[in-house]
Design a protein around this ligand. Structure first.
Ligand code: KDG
Length: 338
């Protein structure tokens, strides 16, 4: 079954996906352990929605991004990264006197295989995003608007902007993709719940995981992912991607059809960005009119590649690497490149 047939024929000028969110610079240590005792850091451009938009761009789609950056060197780094990845950056505003947000990753400590994040973003330029910063025509000219539950957590004006973006998109019949992305370091469950529910109800494509599903439903959802999908469907979205982590993979639903995709066993270096990789891969499948199964498999490939190195998006595949990976997976990764 083809999961997406409802797009009208798109003109050359149409944007496939516009995303809105905060981009940050990530400092990721070259060794595991407590930050007190690590010495060297790599610098990466990151931020959930910008990871997603880069992933979709790499898979051949026309993309645009809306955010606010400063005029500092790290903001320029983010801007040139996005531009270099083929994302339309004309919707990005640069604010005098503020810098972009930063976060530092602590890997493998105190829990093996887990990454923690420390944010330095409370007065970042993106925190000052407001409805006036939205390019309504950019949203209206898109096939999909992608947004996550991080943005409304940043400030009141970011919350207003997020809801306004959804209003513009639904008024123009643009599909809304919403990743719940609850971040406990940004707001409490009680503060987040009404907004996340509101945004999930307005979305066409909902991407979430068991912890966030509990916030949406106000109770623990069924352990069986297929039953959990039935529960989540009652919120309204016709397409749902349920992210079950490195050991269980993905489950998905589209217009009543359900499918699962098992995770590939890969060496885990840094799990940050895995969820965004799922979103990028899935939306690329959705846009291409792929089957639900293939869209989940593409998502699974993107997330497997992402966790194999530091940085959130650098390992995301282009079309040719994606096809190589999917083909190799079918053969149990028994490949010979000679
Ligand atoms: O999904 C990865 C993101 O968590 C990371 O890039 C930082 O956007 C970020 C956030 O707000 O946590």
């Amino acid at each position: 079954m083809i999961i997406q047939q409802e797009f009208s024929l798109t003109s050359e000028d149409m944007i496939d996906v516009t995303a809105i969110g905060e981009s940050l610079v990530q400092f990721n240590p070259t060794e595991e352990g407590p930050l007190r005792h690590v010495h060297l850091f790599e610098k990466h451009a990151a931020g959930s929605e910008s990871n997603v938009i880069i992933g979709i761009s790499r898979l051949g789609f026309k993309t645009a991004y809306i955010t606010k950056l400063g005029r500092d060197e790290l903001s320029k780094f983010i801007l040139t990264t996005l531009r270099g990845e083929g994302v339309d950056v004309s919707g990005i505003r640069q604010m005098e006197g503020k810098n972009c947000g930063i976060f530092i990753v602590q890997r493998g400590y105190p829990i093996h295989d887990r990454s923690d994040v420390i944010y330095y973003r409370s007065d970042s330029a993106a925190r000052y995003l407001s409805p006036q910063d939205l390019d309504a025509n950019m949203i209206k000219d898109s096939r999909i608007l992608h947004i996550s539950g991080i943005t409304p957590a940043l400030s009141d004006s970011c919350r207003e902007m997020s809801l306004e973006a959804l209003r513009i998109a639904s008024g123009a019949k643009v599909k809304i993709s919403f990743d719940t992305n609850y971040r406990k370091k940004l707001w409490s469950v009680e503060a987040a719940r009404p907004t996340l529910i509101d945004m999930a109800r307005q979305s066409d494509i909902l991407l979430t995981d068991p912890d966030d599903a509990k916030i949406l439903m106000g109770r623990k959802v069924d352990d069986d992912p297929i039953k959990a999908l039935d529960e989540l469907e009652k919120l309204g979205p016709s397409t749902i991607v349920y992210k079950l982590g490195a050991s269980r993979g993905l489950a998905g639903l589209s217009n009543g059809e359900k499918a699962t995709s098992l995770p590939a066993k890969v060496p885990l270096v840094d799990s940050i960005g895995a969820g965004d990789a799922v979103v990028a891969g899935f939306l690329a499948g959705y846009l291409a009119g792929d089957s639900l199964q293939r869209s989940l498999d593409v998502a699974s490939c993107c997330s497997a590649l992402t966790v194999m190195r530091r940085g959130d998006f650098e390992n995301l595949p282009d079309r040719s690497d994606l096809e190589k990976w999917l083909d190799a997976r079918e053969r149990g990764f028994d490949v010979d490149f000679r």
